[in-house]
Design a protein around this ligand. Structure first.
Ligand SMILES: Cc1cc2nc3c(=O)[nH]c(=O)nc-3n(C[C@H](O)[C@H](O)[C@H](O)COP(=O)(O)OP(=O)(O)OC[C@H]3O[C@@H](n4cnc5c(N)ncnc54)[C@H](O)[C@@H]3O)c2cc1C
Length: 595
């Protein structure tokens, strides 16, 4: 009897302890949005469908519709924000609420995968985790896997993918567009400078004399002659048509400026010189939506399927909620972008660039090159990687060359200059990498700040350290202030004498003498990958024997050959539209021939 009581007491004790432990865990876990809403009396059905077993598609369409019903859309919410940087209004355009706010795990502010501004999200942590750089290895396709059917699958929703999808749709094909990230737009959405085109009506209106032949010459010269001449011919010859096509879809590309390596003004962008990428990806997305094209985010293509003869038959997709499934299609268009945000791939092709940051969106992990190669495609120019010397440390934000152009200097942790700041991108990058900590401080004063409007953005984005004097700035940067004072005074003397005896900087427009003094910590970053899948002039993917693979097309940064050893600014957006359209057209023609 006594023994039984003891056992009973022991069991009770154990139950209590385990309850206390689990309760403790519960209490220490931060509430997620579903809990926050439950506490307000809002049950599951407020975010999900009433009376049904909860099912969420990869676009998370129903929960997002529900958020807007109760809270309003981004535009209404943005009017409420007290912050200078408004998470509900940005260059990303109209994105899902669930890009940042999650139902059952801590919310994460997507903006912080590129920026480092100080902003907190309710029921969540600060920054979003980076997507995996590894493509899952799928040896065997599971039996009985869910299977769908369409004419054409497009892989990646940047400018190339959207252009291909719209064109193929307009030629009568049924299209599914897959994007692995929670937003569409890829790197295309970030392009700022412009879109190169030769012989446009906008150039003619401004009296600019340009021709496809001059664009061809500039591009070949920029690429050190390593480019595929037939592809460059297409880039140049179709460029004006591509601007026209975008204009017909509703884009404004009426402003024309100049980017490095072009011998005339041919870089097209919206009126007033606004960023080109955010604008055109939004116009393209609106057009795709208007056409009811099936766009699926949170949907990563993990394998391209082929039959025994090597002809393409579809893709395997890993959906955030739907898991692994298969789409059978007559053609696949690969538009998955570059690999600048895959440090392992970058270090493999260019060991010297190991550990470098990047200006690219976190999804630029080179899936496309890996998928294409596994499906038989040939890779070209993979070692050709473009770096940019000044990406802000702690973010992915590129600091424009114009800051140095307008007079800023670079100093190291010892407080000294170490390079002619306006030398070529690769030489300047190499010099920074030789400094302590492999970073440098871009130092400027009030005069330089006033000379360049773009600099204000870096202040908004919390990238700039400020000092009331040179000493104050040096103290904040934790570098020796006497050395920094010396460095700046020597530099100012060189400006006055128009002779930089130390580093032979040819152009020194301003001395650094007006308080406040400012610094942005910068490091070289991977900016663009020239290499990729080999294609022919019809965007057909070429196999290792030099023959086109049936049903397989590719366009945009995932391909190699257009830019040779070095891409000119403005040529990439041009490439995505021109080759994206050709891919859409050729794939649709191929599909029709199989009917
Ligand atoms: C900061 C910045 C500024 C730039 N400025 C300019 C400029 O002014 N002018 C210019 O011409 N170029 C510029 N570029 C380069 C240019 O933006 C890009 O090279 C170009 O937009 C690439 O377009 P794309 O459609 O090929 O790829 P992206 O736009 O990168 O789209 C590829 C998409 O595929 C998705 N994807 C990848 N793998 C998978 C998978 N397995 N399944 C599903 N989806 C996948 C990606 O997430 C991405 O959304 C700039 C680049 C950056 C980063």
């Amino acid at each position: 009897m006594k023994g039984r009581v003891l056992v009973f007491l022991m069991v009770l004790c154990l139950l209590f302890v385990s309850f206390a432990v689990s309760y403790g865990q519960q209490a220490s876990k931060d509430p997620v949005l579903a809990d926050v809403h439950k506490a307000k009396g809002l049950q599951c059905a407020s975010c999900h469908e009433k009376g049904k077993k909860v099912k969420v598609d990869d676009n998370e369409a129903i929960p997002n519709k529900q958020c807007v019903v109760c809270h309003g859309n981004l535009s209404t919410l943005s009017k409420k924000s007290k912050h200078e940087i408004n998470p509900h209004k940005s260059h990303l355009g109209d994105i899902n609420c669930t890009t940042c706010h999650h139902g059952h795990k801590p919310s994460t502010t997507y903006c912080l995968s590129c920026h480092n501004f100080d902003i907190k999200i309710p029921a969540g942590t600060v920054s979003a985790p980076l997507p995996s750089i590894k493509l899952p290895e799928i040896k065997e396709i599971p039996k009985g896997i869910k299977t769908e059917k369409t004419d054409i699958v497009v892989v990646g929703s940047g400018a190339a993918g959207l252009s291909a999808a719209i064109t193929a749709h307009d030629k009568g094909a049924k299209v599914i567009l897959l994007e692995k990230m929670p937003i569409t737009g890829g790197n295309s959405q970030l392009a700022a400078g412009g879109m190169n085109a030769a012989g446009t009506k906008f150039q003619k209106e401004k009296g600019i004399n340009d021709s496809p032949d001059i664009m061809y010459e500039d591009t070949m010269k920029g690429g050190k002659g390593q480019n595929d001449p037939a592809l460059v011919r297409i880039l140049a010859d179709h460029s004006a048509k591509s601007v026209e096509w975008l204009t017909e879809l509703g884009a404004d590309l009426s402003d024309v400026g100049r980017l490095g390596g072009s011998s005339v003004n041919r870089s097209h962008r919206p009126k007033g010189g606004a960023a080109v990428g955010a604008h055109i990806t939004q116009v393209l997305k609106e057009n795709a939506t208007k056409r009811n094209i099936d766009i699926r985010i949170n949907s990563r293509v993990v394998k391209i399927l082929e039959d025994k003869k090597g002809n393409i038959t579809g893709v395997l997709v890993e959906g955030k909620h739907s898991g692994l499934y298969r789409i059978n299609s007559k053609a696949v268009i690969l538009t998955a972008g570059g690999f600048s945000a895959n440090p392992e791939m970058v270090a493999y092709y260019q060991p010297a660039y190991k550990g470098m940051t990047t200006s690219n969106q976190p999804g630029a992990t080179g899936d496309g090159m890996q998928l294409g190669e596994k499906a038989g495609g040939q890779l070209v120019d993979m070692k050709e990687i473009q770096i940019h010397p000044t990406v802000a440390v702690g973010s992915r934000i590129l600091i424009t060359e114009a800051v140095r152009g307008n007079g800023a200097i670079l100093v190291n942790r010892e407080g000294k200059r170490f390079v002619n700041e306006i030398t070529t991108r690769d030489a300047c990058s190499a010099a920074i990498l030789k400094q302590t900590g492999k970073t440098a401080f871009l130092v400027f004063d009030e005069g330089i700040r006033k000379s360049l409007k773009q600099i204000e953005g870096y202040f908004h984005l919390n990238l700039v350290v400020e000092g009331n004097s040179i000493k104050d700035l040096a103290d904040k940067l934790k570098i020796p202030s006497d050395v920094l004072e010396d460095t700046i005074s020597t530099y100012n003397k060189a400006v006055e004498a128009k002779n930089d005896a130390e580093f032979k900087r040819p152009d020194m427009p301003r001395a650094l003498k007006t308080a406040k003094f400012y610094a942005i910590e910068v490091m070289p970053g991977i900016h663009y990958t020239m290499g990729g899948i080999k294609i022919d002039t019809e965007t057909k993917v070429i196999n290792k024997d030099g023959k086109p693979i049936k049903g397989f097309y590719a366009a945009g940064e995932v391909t190699g050959g257009v830019h040779g050893a070095n891409r000119l600014g403005g040529n990439s957006i041009s490439e995505t539209i021109t080759f994206g359209r050709i891919a859409g057209q050729k794939a649709a023609e191929f599909v029709r021939s199989k009917r």
